[in-house]
Design a binder for this molecule. Structure first.
Ligand code: ZN
Length: 413
């Protein structure tokens, strides 16, 4: 079947059957069969678990388009919007160009707050996308090559390749046999928003926007990226392979709906929607922040969140093993032996939250409040945390659930 016909069928399916609307409805409820009481009650009083000690939490607005490609605004306007939204840095990813870097924009903002980092979004075969981050300045993206060739070229230029828009409505990734990429855009807000452009969501969006404004619409759209999370869990299964997960915006400040272009959401609104929080060592400042962010992203020392639902700063997730002593933080691997146990501790900055620990995509422990602390037999796997806010609870049934924070995994091998 021709690719364009498949794309049209996919969009028609979205408009008629409104998956985004049903995501939002179903996502408001959660059933948790077993909620563990926190084993260290002192942690509930808001103490950190130690994984973020010595680090500063930098809020990143990732994957944005400027007038260097198909975005609405130039870089100074985007940086003003970032300051307005309170983010610490902006990652530019214009289509198939590093021209903003060559023109000195990254350098110009290196000591500023917020600061700017320049990467690019590369279009590969089949209209699919890769993000190329931290590439050497001589890198020039090549359009239309196979995803594998694109990844290999980014690596040749010492870059950090990520699969972008893995479940885009127009051109989702179907062939997962590609290798050599280091990360996955688990949350892409543009993909999430497009699932809401349909007959059931749109009237509701218009009502919400009229009474609550654009941020109320963005909060309404905040849904769990089920397909991308499932793929991430599959890729990292058994803890054998590290894949860094990020949350991106794909902000253009322009949205095409039913053939017409609208200047929504604004850059500032997008930046408030979802951020990737990167943990860089305390004391790092000025132009040193750029290599520090790149190093942290490569290490998976980051988490992503719907910041429109609350400030997630101080979120923490560590694993400790009595034999090894020191705490293992997000993105790291802990080598374990048969018969050992591992204690996983996560702290949420919210008062009333549901914390769930997943191993290879399967929930293994849940807790309510501020802390999840559980000791498990050491089983190899990728362990990650999801934090949700909720409005009410009756036993294991939660309602008014909102997905909030997604950690990167701690790998046990
Ligand atoms: Zn993009």
């Amino acid at each position: 079947m021709a690719s364009s016909l498949r794309t049209k069928l996919r969009i028609t399916y979205n408009v008629l059957f409104a998956p985004g609307f049903w995501d939002a409805v179903a996502g408001r409820f959660a059933w948790v069969s077993h909620v563990v009481p926190p084993s260290h009650p002192e942690d509930i009083r808001g103490k950190g678990t130690g994984g973020t000690e010595g680090f500063q939490d930098l809020r990143g607005a990732l994957h944005n388009h400027s007038t260097y490609s198909d975005g609405l605004s130039d870089i100074p306007t985007i940086m003003d919007a970032a300051e307005e939204a309170g983010v610490d840095f902006v990652l530019l990813a214009d289509h198939n160009t590093m021209q903003a870097l060559h023109d000195g924009w990254q350098e110009r903002y290196a000591d500023a707050s917020p600061f700017l980092m320049v990467g690019t979004e590369v279009t590969v075969e089949g209209g699919r996308f890769l993000l190329a981050l931290d590439v050497s300045p001589e890198y020039e993206p090549v359009i239309g090559v196979s995803a594998q060739a694109g990844i290999d070229t980014i690596r040749t230029h010492r870059g950090f390749p990520l699969i972008s828009l893995p479940f885009d409505m127009k051109h989702p990734y179907e062939d997962w046999s590609v290798s050599g990429y280091d990360g996955l855009e688990v949350l892409n807000f543009s993909t999430i928003a497009r699932r809401h452009i349909n007959f059931l969501s749109l009237p509701w969006i218009l009502i919400v926007r009229h009474f609550g404004g654009m941020m109320a619409v963005i909060r309404m759209m905040a849904t769990r990226p089920d397909a991308a999370l499932a793929r991430w869990d599959l890729l990292t299964r058994g803890g054998a392979r590290r894949v860094v997960g990020i949350g991106s915006l794909d902000a253009h400040a322009r949205m095409k709906m039913f053939g017409k272009m609208y200047s929504i959401p604004t850059y500032a609104d997008s930046f408030r929607a979802c951020q990737t929080h990167v943990l860089v060592p305390d004391g790092v400042s000025g132009a040193e922040r750029i290599p520090a962010v790149n190093a942290a992203l490569r290490a998976g020392r980051c988490y992503f969140s719907y910041d429109c639902l609350g400030d997630p700063t101080k979120f923490d997730f560590v694993a400790t093993n009595k034999v090894k002593g020191a705490a293992t933080v997000m993105g790291e691997c802990l080598s374990i032996s048969m018969g050992e146990t591992v204690c996983f501790t996560a702290t949420s900055p919210g008062e009333s939250t549901l914390l769930r620990l997943y191993r290879d995509g399967q929930p293994v422990a849940s807790s309510v409040g501020r802390t999840l602390s559980v000791t498990l037999p050491a089983t190899p796997g990728a362990y990650r945390i999801e934090v949700s806010r909720f409005q009410g609870r009756l036993g294991g049934l939660f309602w008014g659930v909102r997905p909030w924070i997604y950690s990167n995994p701690i790998y046990l091998s």
